[in-house]
Design a protein. Structure first.
Lengths: 503, 115
């Protein structure tokens, strides 16, 4: 037993249980939330350090050896994802101290947020395929409730689409698990990787496509993304920052894991399909964003578009491109969460998130304007920010491959970057530069210093990370390169989990 | 038996998809329930039907001789049933709240989140 792998799941679980004990005390719940997030952040850091220095960590739950019990496995990709989840948890926990109203708190916002984090960490760390399904469901049910807390009409309608599509995705996943277990009698992912090549390609091909659709819905790729833009603009900023940072990432993480570990042969068969998906996701998402006039809807469509970049990285299937995709996941999780947190402050301080009702924020909120500018430029991929390195490593990887398909998808991605920049500039000019509209509501009343701290500290924290990743990309780039190498080294994964050599 | 059950599974998935594509949110819920049942039955069939052979080690022996019914598949189905029960219960309440808020059963009327 290696406790370090279990703790990212246990800590949120215990926190949620403690929060339920102090259900009526909002202040205690908030303190617990921040304290727990700090612990999760530190734990994720330790886990990342241990995995980076000592290689893949494995923990057999209950002492049952792999194949019989459930195994938790942390390779570098998992550890980086847990690190991302810890970072976003920390920002969101501080931000939630002002952003969550009494009613949402009374309906259990804080314990649910912990449940969501538990589900995400579990999904990142588990090495058992059915267990992955269970973590998905833990994550989903928490996200369902977080999405509808507040009972407003647009929330309900967004939730209907989100719930339906995600349930369909879960059932497709369950179907695939059933077929997989029926054909190889294995649930441990390393064990499946060993046994899967014995199957006829008709079954593995069908399984690959089933899982591609199931995870594609969760990752919000074309043409399965419709739940995302319709649900992301309704709940409070804290909820959406966590969703934007983690939910789609769980889908893309599973896709990466499954296609590198199980279907490394099929993936090359399906490569054209996945490349088309990537191209359309980037293009359709960004075109949707350009057409919107509401900050959070613009950001939601960009989430779709950016998923396309990640899918492109993994569809190109070279070590460098997978490394680029992992870098992009980290960059996008932080940047998009931060933009949604900023949108929450814009709503509070500017009175709205509709571009036509906003204006002159750069004079009224110069600090916020600066933070938004840095983050938005990072999303568009301008040097020297994190987005630049993310896109650069993807483009370099594509050029190295040098096939016509790679060139065309890289072309699409560069064109999409320009549109991303255009719509970020649109938010900037409309919300920050344009003179305030005549009927603008008077400036929000002065709030206490602690609220101002809770508003800006998380945004500042994430912005500093973005700038650091931009100015000193080397350590992160080295980590993601190594993570990509580990993903391609299937034998190493199998050896670490099962202790046998892969034929 | 395999053939019959496979046809039943296909029927459940097909009927579920048909229901989900209707405009009524009640039928959407039925569609989701049918898919849940279909996938549970699929695990059951895909893992092999064995009749009258519980996975019990007979007295006097130390190992289990095939054929026996795979207990793992049944554990998977049991877990999946519990999860789908909870999720369907949540969805039913959500759909009822949507019906109360919007006052219609027609998905085409749900346009508040589009703009």
């Amino acid at each position: 037993m290696n406790a370090l792998l279990i703790l990212p799941v246990i800590v949120p679980l215990l926190t949620a249980a403690l929060m339920l004990l102090v259900y009526r005390r909002g202040a205690t719940q908030r303190t617990l939330g921040v304290a727990s997030a700090l612990i999760q952040f530190a734990l994720a850091g330790v886990l990342l350090y241990v995995v980076a220095t000592r290689g893949i960590q494995v923990s057999h739950l209950g002492g049952w050896p792999a194949r019989f019990g459930i195994t938790f496995v942390a390779d570098l990709l998992s550890a980086l994802m847990v690190m991302l989840s810890g970072t976003i948890a920390l920002a969101a926990a501080v931000y939630s101290t002002w952003n969550i109203d009494r009613e949402r708190r009374a309906y259990g916002f804080y314990p649910l947020m912990q449940a969501l984090l538990m589900g995400a960490n579990g999904a990142f760390l588990t090495g058992d395929f059915f267990n992955l399904y269970v973590w998905f469901e833990v994550l989903l049910i928490a996200s369902f409730v977080l999405l509808v807390l507040g009972n407003e009409r647009p929330q309900m309608e967004g939730a209907l689409k989100y719930v339906t599509l995600n349930l369909i995705s879960s059932m497709l996943f369950l179907t695939a698990v059933g077929i997989l277990y029926g054909s190889v009698s294995a649930l441990n992912m390393a064990d499946i990787a060993v046994k899967l090549p014995e199957l006829p390609s008709s079954i593995t091909g069908a399984l690959a496509v089933l899982l591609l659709v199931a995870f594609g819905i969760k990752a919000a790729v074309f043409p399965l993304f419709f739940w995302l833009p319709d649900s992301y603009h309704t709940p409070p900023a804290t909820v959406i920052a966590i969703f934007a940072g983690l939910l789609t990432k769980v889908g893309i993480y599973s896709m990466l894991r499954v296609f590198t570990l199980f279907f490394h042969n099929n993936a090359s068969n399906d490569q054209m399909l996945i490349l088309w998906i990537a191209g359309f996701t980037m293009a359709v998402g960004v075109l949707g964003a350009v057409a919107q006039a509401e900050v959070r809807r613009i950001l939601a469509f960009h989430s779709v578009s950016q998923m396309g970049y990640i899918v492109m990285g993994f569809a190109l299937m070279s070590a460098a491109s997978v490394a680029g995709a992992i870098f992009f996941i980290l960059h996008h999780g932080i940047v998009k969460s931060n933009l949604f947190l900023i949108a929450g402050v814009m709503q509070k301080r500017g009175g709205s998130t509709r571009l036509k009702d906003l204006g002159a924020l750069s004079q009224r909120e110069p600090f916020l304007a600066g933070l938004f500018f840095v983050t938005a430029m990072s999303l568009a991929g301008l040097p020297p920010l994190s987005g630049f390195w993310a896109k650069l490593s993807l483009v370099q990887a594509g050029l190295e491959i040098g096939t016509p398909e790679a060139f065309s998808v890289i072309g699409v991605s560069l064109a999409v970057s320009i549109f991303t920049l255009i719509s970020m500039i649109k938010i900037w000019t409309e919300a920050f530069w344009k003179p305030a509209p005549e009927d603008l509501e008077p400036a929000a009343p002065e709030v206490s210093r602690s609220v101002v701290f809770a508003m800006f500290a998380p945004i500042l924290f994430l912005t500093v990370l973005i700038v650091l990743m931009g100015l000193m990309p080397e350590p992160v780039l080295n980590l993601v390169r190594e993570a990509a190498e580990q993903l391609r080294d299937r034998a190493g994964y199998v050896r670490a989990v099962l202790g046998v050599e892969l034929q | 038996m395999n053939i019959i059950l496979s046809l039943v599974i296909g029927g459940l998935y097909g009927a579920g998809l048909f229901m989900m594509l209707r405009r009524s949110i009640t039928k959407l819920l039925f569609g989701l329930i049918l898919w849940g049942h279909g996938s549970n039955l699929l695990i059951f069939v895909a893992c092999g039907l064995v009749r009258g052979a519980p996975p019990l080690i007979p007295e006097g022996q130390t190992t289990l001789e095939p054929p026996y019914a795979d207990p793992v598949a049944q554990a998977l189905i049991l877990t999946a049933i519990v999860i789908s029960f909870a999720v369907v219960a949540f969805t039913a309440v959500l759909l009822y709240r949507i019906y109360r808020t919007i006052g219609t059963d027609d998905i085409d009327q749900l346009r508040a989140s589009d703009s």
